[in-house]
Write a new protein. Structure first.
Length: 597
């Protein structure tokens, strides 16, 4: 991310008079493809062979060329030093918090250090260091990804990745001896669930770790690992290979999960880009079986989306069936009938149901107006729903580490305030600053950051939410640089967050704008569908409409707007700048999905 922002600063220096750079030479080859009777030449096809030494050297030369430019920009080193110093001012982060046995486990990451695993006895004030990757027997240049303790608190499944990689290695850590067991599992993902007997767990196994292979991320398997066994003998409990009758496609993502709230069942699911949850269930009596008898719990036509959870013999799920803003419904696990499911939280027209979580006697619900959150609780006994007042507006994420108590935790993120964590007593609605919260001591200039939340008319008259963040007192004369960042895919929402690097840019007079374009989830399921497949052009047209608004209102000018996104957001960036190149001075497309033709 830092290098991408540095490129943004380069853009700022070069937009007014683009230099004639001496780029490394790129040879061409005689290669083409024919689509629908039209021949498309592809002279750079040779660059697709990432194993070729000539291709590697070409990429290396491009990197050296970029670094040479960055290293010679006046003031760039000072800015980079400022960002590095700001990163040291970030607050300590706590994650992977579990209450298991009589222990509380958590991962602590202080600014400038690698994550470390700690635990403390319940009721104790002092914590004990369990694992520091920098001083452990782990390989160098690895970072803890997740830590999942067994229910008795005696073992911890630890997944870690080498720097820059996305593939996990699993090892098991013994809490009493503070040593790793001999078990090693690779390659895999960190989707880990312990069995109630603490002797085994399930995980996602990958066919290969070679990201250039056609087999990469295809035909994944959910496997059972018994502590002490060789991972080569792990049982495939859910995949296209072990259960061909379920019709799992190679590109589908199989998942499985267990929960202590429904110990009589095992659950599995098939993930797809359409977001619809296809779930299966089996008896926990089969958990060590070499072939589990999975039964259907939900189908695509049930339109279960986003979150699903289980308690006793009930499955609770969010649905967009006749409810584009989502509703929460429940049915029995042993005899599911989603068409006649009990409505726990009916669809609201003014708010979008975002998530839910169980604690003792309550379901805590988070709603969103598309950008900022509101908090409610549903009483499982009285079936009444009441709102819980938040300390201030922002986007919240909520979890309950011990769901047998009333204690829940949530973080509030906003555009102009660092993330803050709070502790909620769901019985009394009392909210206090969390014992895990630490304050970040950022410069006072960050307090002058202002936020505008507005809606502007899109190309077809639809109102598009637009967040504009800038330094208080700025003159809107069309002379300001503006970084526009969005995503607009898979129903993901561009929600408030605070980053000191962006704060640094904003404090220097750069505007940060976030168009909440169609294809995202800001206005519910209807918003996603309005920028999906046949309606996908709305995504980049909304982005362009927001750029036109910022220019018309003199927040900035066309030569000073930088369009930024990545991955599936590259679809938006690629089409925005080819459809209306006059709107932008430059674009940053990070690992972008783009059509190069």
């Amino acid at each position: 991310m830092m290098k991408s922002i540095l490129l943004f600063i380069i853009v700022g220096f070069t937009l007014s008079g683009i230099a004639q750079y001496n780029y490394p030479m790129s040879k061409t080859v005689d290669s083409s493809d024919t689509y629908f009777g039209v021949r498309y030449p592809d002279p750079f096809r040779w660059l697709e062979n990432m194993k070729d030494s000539e291709v590697k050297n070409w990429f290396k030369s491009q990197g050296e060329f970029t670094n040479e430019i960055i290293n010679n920009i006046n003031g760039c080193k000072e800015l980079q030093n400022e960002w590095e110093n700001l990163s040291k001012l970030k607050s300590t982060k706590y994650s992977d918090r579990y209450e298991r046995g009589n222990k509380i486990f958590f991962v602590e990451k202080k600014p400038g250090t690698s994550p470390k695993l700690y635990f403390k006895e319940k009721g104790a004030s002092n914590s004990q260091l369990l694992l520091d990757p920098e001083t452990s027997s782990l390989e160098k240049d690895v970072e803890i990804q997740s830590c999942i303790p067994s229910f008795d608190g005696k073992k911890v499944v630890i997944t870690f990745m080498k720097s820059g990689a996305e593939i996990s290695t699993i090892k098991i850590f013994d809490v009493d001896t503070k040593q790793f067991l001999s078990d090693v599992i690779y390659p895999c993902f960190s989707s880990i669930f312990w069995y109630q007997d603490n002797n085994a767990f399930i995980y996602t196994s990958l066919v290969t770790d070679d990201n250039t292979s056609e087999k990469f991320l295809k035909n994944n398997k959910i496997k059972l690992h018994i502590i002490g066994n060789d991972s080569k003998n792990d049982i495939d409990i859910f995949s296209s290979e072990s259960h061909p009758e379920l019709g799992i496609k190679p590109y589908n993502f199989p998942n499985a999960e267990l929960t202590e709230l429904s110990p009589d069942y095992l659950f599995s699911s098939v993930g797809n880009d359409d977001g619809l949850n296809i779930y299966y269930v089996a008896s926990s009596n089969e958990q060590y079986s070499k072939h589990i008898n999975w039964k259907s719990l939900s189908k695509a036509e049930d339109q279960l989306v986003k979150s699903i959870d289980f308690k006793g013999n009930l499955a609770y799920a969010m649905s967009n069936k006749n409810a584009p803003n989502f509703k929460l419904i429940a049915t029995t696990i042993s005899d599911p009938n989603w068409n006649n499911a009990e409505v726990i939280a009916a669809e609201r027209k003014d708010l979008i149901l975002d998530n839910f979580s169980f604690c003792k006697d309550y379901i805590v619900l988070t709603y969103s107006d598309g950008i900022n959150s509101r908090l409610f609780k549903y009483d499982l006994k009285t079936k009444n729903t009441t709102e819980i007042k938040l300390p201030y507006i922002g986007n919240i994420s909520l979890w309950c580490p011990d769901r047998t108590t009333y204690n829940c935790y949530f973080k509030i993120k906003s555009w102009n305030k660092p993330s803050s964590e709070f502790k909620l007593n769901a019985l009394t609605n009392e909210i206090n600053v969390s014992e895990y919260h630490t304050k970040a001591n950022f410069p006072a200039v960050f307090d002058s950051i202002e936020v505008e939340e507005i809606e502007i008319k899109g190309h077809d008259g639809t109102l598009i939410p637009l967040s504009i963040i800038y330094k208080k007192g700025m003159k809107m004369d069309g002379k300001n640089y503006c970084l526009m960042d969005s995503y607009g895919a898979y129903g993901y929402s561009s929600l408030p967050f605070f980053d000191p690097i962006y704060g640094s840019l904003i404090s220097k007079g750069i505007i940060f704008a976030i168009p909440h374009v169609r294809g995202g989830g800001e206005k519910g399921e209807a918003w996603r569908i309005a920028g999906y497949k046949g309606t996908k052009p709305n995504t980049w047209k909304d982005f362009n409409s927001c750029a036109e608004y910022l220019i018309a209102k003199k927040y900035t000018s066309s030569k000073k707007i930088i369009a930024s996104s990545g991955s599936a957001g590259g679809i938006m960036i690629g089409r925005a700048i080819t459809e209306k190149p006059d709107l932008y001075g430059a674009a940053i497309c990070i690992s972008g999905v783009v059509n190069t033709m």
